[in-house]
Design a protein. Structure first.
Ligand SMILES: Nc1ncnc2c1ncn2[C@@H]1O[C@H](COP(=O)(O)OP(=O)(O)OP(=O)(O)O)[C@@H](O)[C@H]1O
Ligand SMILES: [Mg+2]
Length: 341
């Protein structure tokens, strides 16, 4: 019964997106100076997983580019590209379309973007809390007319590691908080996707409402569950989704999302998962100690906590609890079965 599977992919951007009008307006306000040829305000979007942060950022840039054709734009996922050089490489490719040799030095990359970038323009820095070298934000500031939309789960201070002189020059004009979605909004997203992606008869308000309610405000969970349920219905030869398939689909969707999240982990995070799987639960500094023994190029304790542990926890891959006032880390139980690397 799935007629168009791409509709259920994470990067499928509905046009227009569902709800989130006030969030869209805020980001649009931040970007508005670009319409007059000026640098936009930087903005920072934060909130829980599946609350639509990446979607709103991409939709706001799409709107902008309908107004001002060909605004230079790049999307960087800092989970994947977490070093200064990796981000600069992506900018020279996607923002200014300049081919760069592999392993180009930082100064070559900076020169390339300086030379070819014709602002104003905008960069989405998704999962920006994973950025290891925050001086990159200063590099961005130095590119004339470039602004950014940073995205993270928590409202973090991105520039704490920079020295005062540099810090005071990087301003964040808009901070936009995302809360979990209400059930009605998720039900509407499911209906829109069903209309685009499931065959005729694929729609059922009762099923959308049930899935939306069970997804607990997480749009990704809702959409993935709908796809799993549609797949199950097809394999039973049905042309619609019966209510009884929904509960099993939710747990399968949870595993599917966890599997995808695992596939995004970088080598540091894999070592953490491996350490916890083998030796967990671990207490206080132990995860960092064991990780440092096993990684060739370990990061500092602070970065480890802020970027890796916090993120793995937010994505539900590891869980923490307190025991006699000390923090204990372990692999989240539901996730153990999907670790396969
Ligand atoms: N307002 C919306 N309209 C339509 N689809 C949406 C909307 N919000 C989220 N989605 C869909 O839900 C899924 C998750 O949304 P998104 O990736 O934006 O979440 P996020 O807040 O960035 O989560 P994370 O912190 O895990 O990256 C995507 O498939 C996206 O297309
Ligand atoms: Mg996102």
């Amino acid at each position: 019964m799935i007629s168009n599977g791409s509709v259920f992919e994470d990067d499928h951007l509905l046009d227009p997106i569902v709800g989130r009008n006030s969030h869209m307006n805020e980001v649009a306000d931040a970007l508005a100076p670009i319409e007059d040829g000026q640098r936009a305000e930087n903005c920072f979007l934060f909130g829980p997983s599946g609350a639509g942060k990446t979607t709103v950022a991409r939709a706001a840039v799409r709107e902008l580019r309908r107004e001002v054709l060909d605004v230079p734009y790049a999307y960087v996922n800092c989970w994947r590209d977490y070093t200064r050089n990796a981000v600069l490489e992506r900018l020279s490719r996607d923002l200014v379309g300049a081919a760069v040799p592999r392993f180009a030095s930082t100064s070559t990359l900076l020169d390339r973007v300086h030379r070819d970038f014709n602002g104003p323009g905008v960069v989405i820095l998704d999962e920006v809390d994973q950025l290891r070298e925050t001086e990159l934000l200063y590099d961005l500031h130095e590119f004339r007319g470039l602004s950014w939309i940073g995205i993270a789960n928590d409202e973090i201070d991105l520039v704490t590691d920079l020295d005062e002189r540099v810090r005071s020059r990087i301003s964040v004009g808009y901070r936009v908080r995302f809360d979990r979605y209400g059930g009605d909004t998720i039900a509407e997203m499911l209906e829109r996707r069903a209309r685009e992606g499931l065959g005729p008869n694929g729609e059922s308000d009762e099923v959308f409402e049930t899935i939306a309610w069970l997804s607990d405000g997480d749009a990704r969970m809702g959409i993935t569950t709908l796809r799993v349920a549609a797949r199950k219905a097809s394999s039973e030869g049905l042309s619609n989704i019966p209510r009884r398939l929904v509960d099993d689909s939710i747990s399968e969707a949870e595993r599917e999302i966890a599997r995808k999240t695992y596939s995004k982990l970088n080598d540091h995070q894999w070592v953490v998962v491996g350490v916890l799987q083998q030796d967990g639960p671990l207490i206080q500094r132990e995860p960092h100690e064991r990780y440092s023994e096993r990684h060739d190029d370990p990061v500092s304790l602070r970065y480890f906590r802020d970027a890796h542990l916090t993120n793995l926890e937010q994505y539900g891959l590891i869980s923490t609890r307190r025991k006699s006032g000390k923090k204990l880390y372990s692999l989240a139980q539901k996730r153990e079965q999907v670790v396969s690397r």
